[in-house]
Ligand binder design. Sequence first.
Ligand SMILES: [Zn+2]
Ligand SMILES: [Zn+2]
Length: 369
Amino acid sequence: MAVSDFEYYERLGVERGASADEIRKGYRKMARAYHPDVNKASDAEERFKQVQEAYDVLKDDQKRQIYDRFGKAGLRQGPESGFGGFETGDMGDIFDAFFGSRPTRDTRAPQKGRDLQTNVTIDFMDAVHGVEHDVELSRMEVCEVCDGDGAAPNTEVTVCGVCQGSGQVRRAQRSIFGQFVNVSTCENCKGAGKVMRNPCTGCGGGGWQRKKRKLTLTLPAGIDEGNKLRFPGEGEAGQLGGPPGDVYVGVRVRAHKTLKREGAHIYSELTVDVTEAVLGTEAEVETVDGTHQLQIEPGTQPGAVVKLRSRGIPRIRRPDRGDHFVTVNVTVPGCLTGRQRQLFQELGHIHERSSGKKTFKDRMRDVLD
Ligand SMILES: [Zn+2]
Ligand SMILES: [Zn+2]
């Protein structure tokens, strides 16, 4: 005989056929709305308790089935009822609703070790060509003496009598919301779930040792300022058989005196004098591969850019390289010898004649003649 009792569903604002997820969401929404810290209405606390009571039943498959069939009455008499009033089973649900995460976690499950973070500063050319770089890390490792067990070798380890091996102690607590079960780490075994008569001398019983380790990191050619590299499995040891953490390395690159870098491209400047720019020349330029003889074509303009294809920086994990761009600066002599002045003047006359233009000076001369 089915009893039509929807009240618990209504309290959470969900349909009778709601999924576990919908029930959970409904609970969070209602619990927020009626939380006495938020809602100052006189019946808020009472409504909050009702929401909690409904959720305690609907989140539990077994209790929900009984409720669906027999209503609240069924729960009072049910096979493992014990449901004589209001009790919140798990403190974590309250925390989930208001703080978004659980304050306690299962410390008995294998856990990945902590990640470590370090920074390295390398020379410009080492970043271009790649380098092996040593870093020293201080990390927790599994104790070599006891292999993480915590007990001195060949000594007895017994299950903790206080927590029966769970590592956690549950204690009922009263508060304005009703009764909570407060879960805390067992003090007797410090959460390990076991006690030993003779703790390992290597680690004092914790199963851990802090070790300084020198790691040789291979930094690939083409690495750049601000890159972050991950070295898997080089972090701290995992717990209870979990995998070790990773090491993250932030890269800083020292500036070069003459070469500038943008991504895979190199930029530099070359200064030639005016006759070299006019007549063309050959000049030595520094590249990431060493010095390079650069051909300056006759008639090169100030600010002209010469591209050295594939003379830039290797792209990480790709076969190609960037380019090297050389900007040509042209210097104009500031003070001239008499002979130089004469030559430039001749040059000027030739230029005027060939271009067929009359300068201001020529026109003055025409007038004066
Ligand atoms: Zn040890
Ligand atoms: Zn214990």
